[in-house]
Design a protein around this ligand. Sequence first.
Ligand SMILES: Cc1cc2nc3c(=O)[nH]c(=O)nc-3n(C[C@H](O)[C@H](O)[C@H](O)COP(=O)(O)OP(=O)(O)OC[C@H]3O[C@@H](n4cnc5c(N)ncnc54)[C@H](O)[C@@H]3O)c2cc1C
Length: 311
Amino acid sequence: MNSGQKAALERLCPRVQWQVSMANLSSFRVGGQIEALVETEDSAELPLLLRWLAEEKIAWWVLGGGSNILFTSGMHEGVFLRLKGSQKNIRLREQDSPDVDGQYLVDVQAGVKLGHLLAWCARHNLSGLEYMAGIPGTVGGAVAMNAGAFGGCMGDRLRAVRCLNAQGEATELSASSLVFEYRQSVFPPEYQSGILITGATLALQRDREEVIRERMRGVIAQRRAKQPMGMPSAGSFFKNPPGDYAGRLIEQAGLKGYSHGQAMVSTKHGNIIVNRGGASPEEILALMHLVQERVHQLCGVMLEPEVRLFC
Ligand SMILES: Cc1cc2nc3c(=O)[nH]c(=O)nc-3n(C[C@H](O)[C@H](O)[C@H](O)COP(=O)(O)OP(=O)(O)OC[C@H]3O[C@@H](n4cnc5c(N)ncnc54)[C@H](O)[C@@H]3O)c2cc1C
């Protein structure tokens, strides 16, 4: 951005932050700097901002909780938008009457943390998202990634998504106009040039709070048993290839516990790369390439990263 554009952005978003380290904004705890960060809880100020960015031809990206991203070192130019939210940004539409399918509709803003949504659902006796327990990040990120676990995914519960296109125009899309692929929600073609998810409507069922909490505890216990806890990572690094598991192939290639610098394939789970402390993004990427090469040589499968790379 030139100095005139920077001044204009400061007028539009007085809280804009300049040259922010991604190490503080990603679960890997690594990454270069981003040129400008705009954080907001109020998506009403975003249409104007997106219109201005389009007019000025300034590149922009959306960040959620940063739990599935890897930024390389150096400066990443453009404006990064980060939605925030809390449980006050969750609303049950009809307290007592379900819709025609017996589902209760919940509106939630994209910046709400998934964990906060799940806790809210349990408190309000609403079931259907328990399999998501333990997935970090925001609702917006979970919708964009079609996050999921234990055979379920975000798309299973979505009724509608509210979003802004690259010109800042707001729309509500019904879930049927999206395609929920494995770890990716595909939006209609007119959104390919940029999309900012601002909220979602989820369809949930009634159940008792203790039962919901018990199911969530079960899911979290299974995660704890299989995944490294307390070490920075982005969860599963690679997508599972059709009919197989990336973790199984990586383990078969003898790479569990293999390290490159401070980046290491977890000793507990082959598909999780951890930052042992002070890893650089380049060490993580080099380890990613090494894993891809070895698995390809041995099994003929080219693993595709699930983590979104900003290079
Ligand atoms: C310990 C750990 C465990 C994990 N377990 C799982 C798991 O079981 N299942 C699973 O699916 N994932 C898992 N993940 C990965 C990650 O948590 C999910 O993909 C999560 O949904 C990402 O959400 P986020 O808000 O952090 O998004 P980010 O990582 O910030 O962003 C991911 C992508 O979504 C886009 N995005 C984010 N918000 C928006 C928005 N509002 N509008 C448009 N685009 C947006 C970003 O541009 C980016 O392309 C795990 C990660 C960790 C660290």
